[in-house]
Design a protein around this ligand. Structure first.
Ligand SMILES: [Ca+2]
Length: 461
């Protein structure tokens, strides 16, 4: 059943979308129903399932050494990489697809030794989506469905909504999404944000920047739209929308493929922005070293292709971009997008439709990149940071990802660009984690995805 011809794949895609023009196929619906249909990560998982995806068989000899610790591993870790069963979770949705290399999924479960506490900074923000820090440690916080932007102090005092932002299409997964403080903010006062822009004939993700005018009634001035995802399409799903400034000042923008078939089919098409990571200058112009600037008809902003919906993105200690893609059922992916490479969606992947229908005839293909790691069942990832602070020495260089369906802060230990351990933190809170950001002092700041959304701070105890 898994090995379909291409016409059958297209037929399956059509069937999957024909009955509902506006499906919500991922657990990342904009509605906040923390308890409905969300898999309990530790429920119903018989112990005998714990090792079912241990990828011992058929490992190519050239992969045999991939989990050796590199030179940067602290001495206490050398030779003692995690081993044992993975994080408790349900059985895989697509057991027919084995991982391409050892450790590509279900890495050994790890447990933080550091004691920490969670402080509630504030609440009452409706489905907040992103945090960015001003130089004085106040936070810009976006409110997704309403399009409002707030400034929140460390004491939890929320400003009136910042005035002057353009209207958003707040339906579904649209609205006001990410926000970043410009690298030159001290001089320019420029902030950058992403939003679902209402347009003639539909909507599309846009990136705007403006000067922030601080004060009792904050405002933005001189709003400039510096990027518009094209084409315009009527969909309330899969906009992507994370912003990451690279160390060289270039701006990465992560984009989704709109979920509906008309959009999904464009994820590997360089004439469309759908399902891409793009890279622009802060004024929206195109860097001339982008990979498709000389390809006829290609969108010159494109950095990498073949993505589904990217709601998690962050830089590592070397300044390299990492992302986590919201996958189909059983197919969330960690990738490290490089210029001009194809990450496979919708041709290859490890998941299936939420209806259970197959999507791919294989999880691998020559010329398409394998994910560094994948989750089956999914965590529904949103928000990401790679820890570089001093408050949690144990967590340095670990990847943190918010889990919506997982209702967890997901921690990945990485060695040699491979995941060697996984931990799900904050499970007792049973909250959908939308955003994770490292604060200036090295604490982790989180947003919960709920009608009464919270700003949380994770500190050593
Ligand atoms: Ca992929």
């Amino acid at each position: 059943m898994r090995f379909l011809s291409m016409p059958l794949i297209v037929a399956a895609l059509l069937v999957g979308c024909s009955d509902d023009p506006d499906p919500t196929p991922t657990p990342d619906s904009g509605t906040s129903q923390p308890d409905s249909g969300t898999p309990q990560p530790d429920a119903g998982n018989p112990p005998e399932d714990a090792g079912t995806q241990e990828p011992d068989a058929g490992v190519p000899p050239e992969d045999a050494g991939t989990q050796e610790p590199d030179a940067g591993v602290p001495p206490e870790d050398a030779g003692t990489l995690p081993s044992g069963p993975p994080v408790p979770q349900g059985p895989p949705n697509v057991p027919e697809f084995p991982p391409a290399f050892p450790g590509q999924t279900r890495a050994p479960a790890i447990q933080s030794q550091t004691q920490f506490m969670v402080v509630e900074v504030t609440s009452g923000i409706r489905n907040p989506w992103a945090i960015a820090f001003l130089p004085d440690q106040r936070m810009l916080v976006t409110e997704k469905p309403t399009g409002r932007l707030y400034i929140v102090t460390q004491e939890g005092v929320k400003s009136p909504a910042v005035t002057g932002l353009p209207a958003v299409d707040g339906r579904g997964q649209g609205g006001l999404l990410d926000v970043e403080v410009g690298p030159d903010y001290a001089e320019s006062r420029l902030i950058y944000w992403t939003y679902a822009e209402p347009r003639q004939g539909g909507n599309g993700l846009a990136v705007a920047r403006a000067k922030l005018v601080d004060g009792a009634q904050p405002a933005v001035e001189n709003v400039q739209v510096i990027f518009r995802m094209m084409p315009t399409l009527e969909s309330t799903l899969h906009s992507g929308g994370r912003l990451v400034f690279a160390p060289d000042g270039k701006l990465f923008v992560t984009l989704g493929e709109r979920s509906i078939l008309a959009g999904r089919a464009q994820a590997q098409d360089v004439k469309s922005h759908f399902g891409k990571v793009v890279r622009i200058n802060p004024d929206g112009s195109v860097p001339q070293d982008n990979p498709y600037v000389n390809t006829p008809e290609a969108k010159p902003e494109i950095w990498s292709v073949g993505h589904r919906n990217i709601l998690s993105a962050a830089l590592d200690g070397q300044g390299r971009l990492w992302i986590v893609e919201m996958g189909p059922q059983g197919g969330d992916e960690l990738n490290r997008p490089e210029a001009g490479k194809d990450y496979g969606w919708p041709t290859i992947g490890y998941g299936e439709e939420y209806s259970g229908a197959p999507i791919h005839d294989s999880p691998t293909r020559a010329g398409m990149e394998q994910p560094v790691y994948y989750w089956d069942p999914v965590i529904a990832p949103s928000g990401m940071t790679i820890y570089s602070g001093t408050l949690f020495p144990e967590w340095r260089n670990d990847i943190f990802v918010g889990g919506l369906a997982a209702q967890a802060l997901v921690r990945l230990m990485v060695r040699n660009d491979r995941v060697v351990g996984e931990e799900h933190l904050l499970l007792n809170r049973k909250e959908r984690i939308r955003e994770v950001v490292q604060g200036p002092e090295g604490a982790l700041y989180l947003l919960t995805d709920a009608t009464n959304g919270k700003v949380l701070k994770v500190l050593p105890r």
